[in-house]
Design a protein around this ligand. Structure first.
Ligand SMILES: Nc1ncnc2c1ncn2[C@@H]1O[C@H](COP(=O)(O)OP(=O)(O)OP(=O)(O)O)[C@@H](O)[C@H]1O
Ligand SMILES: [Mg+2]
Length: 498
């Protein structure tokens, strides 16, 4: 939930629609701040302390086009009504209120303007535009155009016409938001340019439009402007890209309205060629990485089948078992690579991995004399590749041990607990750790057996991977009561996730 929504829900009784309107404003008000060369603060009325009218600052935006007035963050601060008389008047008079004289209380001369925020015929908040007038230069045409447009947006804000209804502008990734500094063109209601900023000229030149855009109709210099002109005519903001000869330019048309009629348009123009090229390169890279995982998986599967073939040929039982175990270990690594080849991020859904390991082990190894119920409980969630691979191996080893050692037919009494053994993997995911329990209700570890004292490979692999690869802890938990009246075995693994 956004900070704005939090503040509004705790301190005001604005309804959902009004809150959404203010959220939309906060998504779009960088433009207003930049065009105004001003800091923006958003205020709502509160009582603080109880019964005493005050204003709570619920939003702050600094301009890219000018020095900020406020070094400090004011969101969440409460201002006594007397200190914010312009805001109070904007609420009471429901119109834009301008300061006659600059305010010197912050040490620099600040000119303030309070703009009411209209929504469905009501004033739900007030935005102040505060600019440091000591920095003011003699205004150029660019600055005059900015200020004129900012004034129009402010009036639209009071009328409830700005921000535009949510959903009007297609969602674009944050890296693609347009800023007025990228380049602007101000057009009249018919689409003739009134002012073209130098950056906008450069962008159109790169598109191959060499003629001067000043005073021209949009269709004379923009090769694909129909959508933009439609948006202007219909008072709907439009965002669209145009590509010519490898150059990509993003344009955003913001219709400027007065009493519901389009009086002009602000076209923000941003060349995004490099950004698009970069994105394309990333996509290619991503596909390459997945392809490599796919090949690694195939190679591992080939290795596993070679070993499997060999296992069939050797006579020595011990050697045959050792080979089959290697097949199983390699297969569980292959499984993780297979998952990685399917995901675009280098993360895997480990719950899927776990259930596939279970299926793989269940297939070949269940001892028909003692039925075993294999299950996964809890959820591991997404894990980065470097955690998923060792974890898959550890889980495989521990499950394999339960299947292999926990239920020797000669020691399991089939008349107790339905004669069914239970093997479970339990995941417990916290924000910064993952706890994994592998439990069975079998015969328990042999007397004197501990994870520090093993000559065999399985527990050694599990322990080494847990401690050195994953930086986690690995231990045996005390046996609990079991349905088969056997002590059972539980291994606990705690993996830190950064
Ligand atoms: N869940 C279990 N229930 C009962 N005994 C177990 C269990 N897990 C391990 N053990 C005992 O601990 C010993 C060591 O296990 P470990 O996995 O290291 O070796 P292994 O399974 O015998 O051989 P490997 O895994 O190398 O094929 C096993 O031989 C077995 O006696
Ligand atoms: Mg083992």
């Amino acid at each position: 939930m956004s900070q704005l929504r939090d503040l509004l829900e705790v301190h005001t009784d604005l309804d959902d629609g009004a809150v959404a309107h203010l959220e939309a404003l906060l998504r779009d008000w960088q433009i207003l701040s930049d065009l105004s060369f001003a800091d923006l603060l958003l205020f709502v009325p509160v009582e603080w302390p109880q019964g005493v009218p005050a204003f709570l600052c619920v939003g702050q935006m600094r301009p890219y086009t000018a020095a900020t007035v406020y070094q400090e963050d004011l969101v969440g601060e409460v201002f006594p009504r007397a200190n914010r008389s312009l805001v109070a008047r904007a609420f009471a008079e429901e119109r834009v209120i301008r300061d006659a004289d600059p305010d010197w209380s912050t040490g620099v001369p600040v000119r303030e303007e309070a703009v009411p925020v209209g929504y469905r015929g009501q004033i739900i908040a007030v935005v102040t535009r505060e600019s440091n007038v000591s920095m003011a230069r003699s205004p150029s045409q660019l600055e005059l155009t900015y200020l004129q447009t900012a004034g129009e947006l402010a009036v639209m804000l009071a009328d409830g016409a700005f921000p535009f209804e949510a959903g009007d502008v297609a969602e674009t990734p944050p890296s693609l938001t347009t800023r007025v500094g990228d380049g602007i063109i101000r057009v009249d209601a018919k689409g003739f340019s009134i002012y073209v900023s130098p950056n906008a000229i450069s962008s159109y030149r790169r598109l191959g439009r060499l003629q001067d855009a000043n005073g021209q109709h949009l269709s004379d210099f923009d090769p694909d402007c129909e959508g933009l002109l439609d948006g202007l005519a219909e008072a709907e903001p439009v965002e669209a890209e145009v590509e010519r000869d490898g150059t990509v330019v993003l344009r955003r048309m913001i219709p400027l309205l007065r009493d519901g009629t389009v009086v002009a348009g602000l076209l923000i123009v941003r060349e995004v060629t490099d950004l698009r090229r970069h994105e394309r390169a990333l996509r290619v890279k991503d596909a390459t990485i997945r392809e490599i995982h796919h090949r690694v998986k195939n190679n591992l599967q080939t290795v596993a089948s070679l070993l499997r073939l060999q296992a069939r040929r050797v006579r020595n039982e011990e050697a045959r078992l050792a080979l089959s175990e290697s097949v199983r270990r390699i297969s569980s690594i292959a499984l993780v690579h297979e998952m990685l080849s399917e995901e675009s991020q280098q993360r895997v859904d480990f719950d899927k991995v776990a259930s596939r390991i279970l299926a793989m082990l269940g297939d070949g190894l269940l001892n028909p004399e003692v039925p075993i119920d294999l299950a996964v409980r809890g959820a591991a969630g997404d894990l980065p590749a470097e955690v998923a691979t060792p974890l898959a191996l550890i889980v495989t080893e521990l499950l394999q041990n339960s299947l292999e050692h926990a239920f020797p037919p000669d020691r399991v009494r089939l008349d107790v607990g339905n004669g069914t053994g239970h093997v479970q993997v339990r995941f417990d995911r916290a924000p910064s750790t993952l706890r994994v329990l592998v439990t069975d209700d079998g015969v328990g570890l042999p007397e004197g057996q501990s994870i520090d004292l093993v000559a065999n490979l399985g527990l050694q692999i599990a322990r080494t991977l847990a401690e050195s690869e994953l930086g986690g802890t690995f231990c045996i938990l005390r046996p609990g009561a079991s349905a088969l009246a056997l002590p059972g075995t539980t291994f606990e693994l705690v993996v830190p996730l950064s």
